[in-house]
Design a protein around this ligand. Structure first.
Ligand code: ADP
Length: 254
């Protein structure tokens, strides 16, 4: 039976008031966050819908007189609806990851990455180098770990020249395990390194706009990394490019 202690001293009343205030502020922030998310998501969905409706209207108005415009418009509608589908799938991923509480089990990360690297390489026309130390284990969820690494490899492929290699590496020190995906692309400016993990954030709209994407990939990656009790950071590669590193800190032995 829980007992409710009624605060007696002014100090206790003050503490209780402060705790209540903090709770309200936190809740307010969460609400604001959700509102922003819904507004961003609606905005992102509105663009492909407008494009689809515009092309449908074009076919209706001019299709009879100029049937040659129809195939191009249909292609456009096809592409935009596919983009919408991806966007919605990503949004679902995000909301699922929000709620997910998962069991972490021992994963042979070395083996998992070697397999993934071998399967991934044939899917792209760019060299993928593997530098994976053997027999490194972490607690995690295999499916999510694969999803994280594929997303980082996809980004490296998207944002770096295809004649430059992508490196997938795994190393272990006394107190950490580090998994890194490095590329020789344009890199990410220092003042935007944190922002790329926010939902819908894309660096340099003009550059990004030529490359397909919604700005949700890294937000999903970050959530999945957190669920796997690790951290993610991005640093500069030498002489150029980015390195995304996932870090598992081991508790230091007393
Ligand atoms: P998307 O690729 O769909 O835009 P992400 O969330 O995966 O979304 O990435 C957010 C932004 O971070 C990208 O738009 C891009 O500007 C930048 N970015 C991500 N990965 C890289 C990379 N490997 N090199 C340079 N820029 C990157």
């Amino acid at each position: 039976q829980p007992t409710l202690k009624i605060p007696a001293s002014p100090r206790e009343i003050n503490d209780l008031g402060q705790a209540f205030n903090e709770l309200l502020v936190a809740q307010n922030q969460r609400l604001q966050h959700e509102r922003q998310f819904i507004s961003d998501a609606s905005h992102e969905l509105r663009t492909p819908i407008a494009a689809i409706r515009g092309n449908l209207s074009l076919i209706r108005r001019r299709g009879d007189a100029h049937p040659e415009i129809i195939p191009e418009s249909l292609n456009f509608i096809d592409e935009e609806s596919l983009r919408m589908q991806h966007l919605i799938e990503n949004l679902l991923h995000l909301s699922r990851a929000d709620r997910a509480k998962l069991e972490l089990t021992d994963q042979d990360l070395s083996f998992l990455l070697l397999q993934l690297g071998e399967h991934y390489q044939p899917s792209i026309d760019q060299p993928v180098k593997l530098a994976i130390d053997p027999d490194i284990h972490v607690p995690g969820n295999a499916e999510m770990l694969q999803q994280i690494v594929v997303a980082l490899l996809d980004n490296a492929h998207k944002y770096s020249p295809h004649d430059q290699p992508i490196t997938l590496s795994l190393t272990q020190t006394a107190n950490s395990v580090r998994l890194a995906v490095a590329d020789f692309g344009e890199g990410i400016p220092d003042d935007q390194k944190q922002a790329v993990f926010q939902r819908f954030y894309r660096v340099d709209q003009s550059r990004s706009q030529e490359i397909e994407g919604s700005g949700l990939g890294l937000a999903i990656v970050k959530q999945l990394v957190t669920l796997n009790q690790a951290q993610i950071e991005v640093t500069n590669n030498q002489p150029q490019g980015s390195i995304f590193t996932i870090i598992w800190s081991k508790p230091t032995k007393p």
